[in-house]
Design a protein around this ligand. Structure first.
Ligand code: MN
Ligand code: MN
Length: 319
């Protein structure tokens, strides 16, 4: 069977050729594919600065720096995985419900074929459509939602679907198991205590940045792992969870976030979970000095893909 892996930058300089994620082949196939990187260039549901529609392009450009061995996890990713850059979903600018249908139409067949989608947003509203598709195949999922914001407003400007509402919608639609789900990194000035209470009432475990400072990252990871357990899980990573010093290029920055090292450690600490899909959202390349945000986002996607590789080695070792 065909296996898909990145072009080696030892033989072909990484700045040569057409940009795909990590120099993976751009193939729209499910055959012999374990994971597919998918772009969702949509940013019409933001509440402040727009421009995340260019994130897939920006992240792809920087992702040519990624190499196949992950020393932090000691795994050669493509010894265990075959992956493709599936291209972008053709969104419909200005029309969120049509765009949702197109995202669902792209993701559902991937999930049915056993391919794990690793998505690049896009603003955070795209997660609703991804989870609709995945829940149809896998049933309701646990979610690890890493973000400065809870994104559980009911109405935002009087509207149901914006990047401030997705994590309420996915509970209402029965796409996630809130009792297995967690929101991590939450912080910043807000409208009132009801913002956090609303999330807890929906059933999420909410871990604020203030609590993380007190209990430390290892305790947070133990809490996440205990909560998710062996449920199929989706990891949704809003880049604004990271401090603007490390990820300035985003629409709704909040000071006092994770450092680059901390967010990498957080994602690496999810090893062993049954990952069925993930997204990295809210990167705005036009606001990115020296492309530092895109570089972190590309590496976070690489760490998510690494989790899939590790799961294969661990499953193999246990068999
Ligand atoms: Mn968000
Ligand atoms: Mn956010």
């Amino acid at each position: 069977m065909t296996r898909y892996e990145p072009k080696s930058s030892l033989h072909s300089p990484r700045f040569c050729g057409i940009r795909t994620f990590m120099r993976l082949p751009h193939v729209e196939t499910f055959d012999g594919v374990d994971f597919a990187v998918v772009g969702i260039p949509w940013d019409d549901a933001v509440s402040h600065r727009s421009g995340a529609r260019m994130a897939p392009e920006g992240i792809r450009r920087i992702s040519v720096m990624l190499r196949p061995w992950n020393p932090a996890q000691n795994v050669k990713v493509f010894d265990h995985l075959s992956g493709v850059d599936y291209g972008d979903v053709d969104i419909v600018p200005g029309y969120i419900e049509d765009t949702y249908r197109r995202i669902e139409a792209a993701f559902e067949p991937l999930a049915r074929a056993g391919v794990v989608p690793i998505a690049m947003g896009g603003d955070h509203s795209v997660t609703v459509a991804e989870l609709r598709a995945l829940a149809r195949v896998h049933g309701p999922l646990a979610v690890v939602h890493i973000d400065a914001h809870v994104d559980t407003l009911d109405l935002h400007f009087g509207k149901k679907y914006t990047h401030g509402t997705p994590f309420r919608r996915v509970v209402e639609e029965g796409l996630v198991r809130p009792e297995r789900s967690v929101q991590v990194g939450i912080r910043g000035p807000n409208y009132g205590p009801g913002d956090y209470e609303g999330s807890r009432r929906l059933g999420y475990d909410l871990i604020t940045m203030y609590e993380i400072e007190e209990i430390g990252l290892n305790a947070v990871l133990r809490r996440i792992r205990a909560r998710v357990g062996d449920a199929p899980v989706f990891v949704s990573l809003d880049i604004d969870a990271v401090d603007p010093a490390y990820a300035p290029a985003t629409g709704t920055p909040e000071v006092g976030g994770f450092t680059g090292r901390e967010i990498l450690a957080l994602v690496r600490g999810l090893r062993g979970l049954d990952l069925r899909g993930a997204d990295v959202v809210e990167v705005i390349p036009a606001l990115d000095p020296a492309e530092i945000t895109a570089y972190l986002a590309a590496n976070l996607m690489y760490e998510l893909i690494t989790l899939l590789a590790l799961r294969r080695t661990e499953a193999g070792a246990g068999a």
